[in-house]
Write a protein that binds this ligand. Structure first.
Ligand SMILES: [Zn+2]
Length: 401
């Protein structure tokens, strides 16, 4: 093999020879390039006194279809500057590393796209090695808490291990970036976030969250200038469970003797819960027929749409008008589930009407749970919670302000 042609791949070294090994991999043996200055691995200054030579065997990125190993004769130098024995500086191999920077960069690129297991298979590296590399990259890119310029927050929770444990996520509402993830969903959980936020707590204007959380207590205690907003997504989801599902099941039960009609209603769950604009053309017709045939379902469906309009009110005054109209219609319907929902919502009305003053894009919440599920599947090593949280942060890098 021509030493000249290979130079440049491994600065400071030349290729001595290259041989095929029994397992089909290639072993490239390097030798020191006499024209290259040797630098101390610690202080970076040139040094001339070689204390000893030690060959280190490292993995390099694959060459065509071959795995590549290399023997690198690294020198231990006696450095006159820092007065100790240090391994020489190498621009393509980190201190103590068993794989080159080139291979490491390749693994980093792959782990952005593929599960660890697949990357390990592709590269022939150990699962733990791949995970360690991915974790270090994530830590460098997302490990530092940065809340500069943050004024509006969104807080939410998601399930960890099969719904037994929960995690809390805090998002910058303006950029949709995940700022922080912590274990638990209690008031004490978010305390850790506000501790990190420190002085910046004063800059927070509004925090959006689900109605049924303990976050609001901590927000009120820590952020004197913040308004608590109850976000549309969670309220509509609750309305779906408490009102639409309830009425649908009740209506299906009244049709016990009309099996085909009963089946239509029982199977209409998604039809009723999905946003109308997301329905396929055929389903739109089905929905119209269903609502025309069933008065209580039509009522709760219409009130779902009207409920959303409260959030979109341009002013608090207009929001209040819409809320009053809504509440009257809920009362007049006489549907028990709807009445109970309206009564409960009344307790949270301030945080709903305030959305007119602090409009926030909470749509990020709609995709959150699905995205988290995908990460759980991809990043096995999910038992390592801090690694998993870094993955979540990386999945929501946000857009620039
Ligand atoms: Zn030195």
């Amino acid at each position: 093999m021509d030493a000249i042609a290979w130079s440049g791949f491994w600065e400071g070294f030349l290729v001595k020879d290259c041989a095929e090994q029994a397992d089909g991999s290639l072993l490239i043996r390097l030798m020191a390039d006499p024209a290259h200055k040797v630098l101390c691995g610690r202080c970076g200054l040139e040094c001339a006194l070689v204390h000893e030579r030690r060959a280190r065997r490292v993995r390099e990125r694959d060459l065509l279809d071959r795995r590549v190993w290399m023997d690198v004769p690294l020198r231990r130098m006696l450095c006159l500057q820092c007065g100790g024995r240090h391994t020489e500086r190498c621009s393509w191999l980190d201190a103590g590393a068993r794989l080159t920077r080139r291979l490491r960069a390749w693994v980093e690129a792959l782990t952005r796209l593929l599960p660890i297991r697949h990357v390990a298979e592709l590269t022939g590296l150990d699962w733990h090695t791949v995970k360690t590399i991915d974790r270090a990259r994530l830590q460098a890119e997302h490990g530092v808490f940065d809340a500069r310029g943050v004024r509006r927050l969104i807080m939410d929770e998601f399930a960890l291990h099969r719904g037994h444990n929960y995690a809390t996520v805090v998002i910058d509402a303006d950029t949709q970036r995940v700022l922080w993830v912590g274990e638990g969903r209690s008031r004490a959980t978010v305390r850790a976030f506000f501790d990190l936020l420190g002085e910046r707590c004063r800059d927070i204007e509004a925090v959006a969250m689900d109605m049924n959380t303990a976050y609001d207590l901590e927000v009120r205690a820590r952020c004197p200038g913040a308004e608590v907003i109850y976000d549309l997504f969670h309220v509509i989801a609750l309305y779906g469970r408490k009102v639409i599902d309830r009425v649908r099941v009740d209506q299906a039960n009244t049709l016990r003797h009309d099996r085909p009609a009963r089946r239509v209603i029982k199977r209409a769950r998604w039809l009723l819960l999905r946003n109308r604009e997301n329905l396929p053309a055929g389903d739109e017709v089905r929905l119209e027929e269903l609502l025309a045939a069933n008065q209580p379902l039509a009522t709760v469906y219409l009130l779902k749409t009207a409920l959303k309009e409260i959030w979109y009110a341009p002013t608090v005054r207009e929001g209040l008008r819409r809320w009053k109209t809504w509440r009257r219609q809920a009362r007049e319907s006489g549907i028990p589930a709807l009445l109970a929902f309206a009564r409960n919502l009344r307790l949270y009305i301030r945080g709903i009407l305030a959305s007119a003053l602090y409009p926030m894009h909470t749509s990020v919440l709609e995709g959150m749970n699905n995205k988290v599920k995908v990460i759980k599947r991809m990043a096995y090593g999910f038992r390592d919670t801090s690694y998993f949280f870094l993955k979540v942060k990386a999945a929501f890098p946000g857009k620039t302000r």
